[in-house]
Ligand binder design. Sequence first.
Ligand SMILES: [Zn+2]
Length: 299
Amino acid sequence: MLRRSVLAAALLLAAGGAFAQPAPRYDGPLFDAHLHYNEEAYGGPHPLADVIGRMQRSGVRAIVANSRPNDGTKALADAREAMRAAGITVVPFVRLYRNRADYGGWPHDASIVEMVNRELAAGTAAGPYRGLGEFHLYDSGNANGPTAKRLMQLAQEKELAVLAHVDDAAIDLLMAHAPNARLIWAHTGIGGAPVERVRALLLRYPKLMGELSYRPGLTEGNGGLSAAWKALLSEFPERFLVGSDTWVNGRWSDYEALMAQARRWLADLPPATAQRIAWGNGAQLFGLPSPAPAASARP
Ligand SMILES: [Zn+2]
């Protein structure tokens, strides 16, 4: 009897303690699959040491690096000693944009194909480019532009991933050009395509993956996953990636907070699913080994 009441008291204490606990968080490695290092960042308040420090403090162990112009990606790739020391693998992508004018004009601009081919031939200090993008299609019809079509076919031929900021209609158009291309849907639709539509696209295109920065409806007010997205991520644990989307300097100054937000919603998934989306899917896609535990700068 005494035993039982002691046990009950202990359980009550444990339950009370649970309410006082901080929000749960995924604590393993992160693969940031949507990272930009644009000229406003590297030429401004976020030099290499700053961004590497932010990644390291966030427990980020690999990045898809791309930038406007591609010099930012090359700077990250060139920083081999610093990246090795921080335990971060750089997976370089060719950005299609030399300047802001290219954001709108690229789908019809043949000189972009030449620039991409030059970059692919040159490679980077971190090894060959592994993907193309991020690119944007503000009008999904531009997915049928000659350069958009050519680059999708090039990606398929060379087994390059493609990071595309597009709507759901453009997913169908792009995949029609290159059905075996590895398309990573930036934000999994920043316009908030319905979950059922996302699900249908994942079923139709087995190599389509979704990156989750800025995704409307992913989380609820407490920072945890919404029920609809918890169900979708649980149904397709091998098809999603985490990203920061450091497209402006404000995202860099918030970098640690953005990664902490990802750790919060990842914790609402079963641990194996969280680990896949946080790290395993990106690592598998680009053939990275499991990272050694970080020696310092735990997130
Ligand atoms: Zn972006």
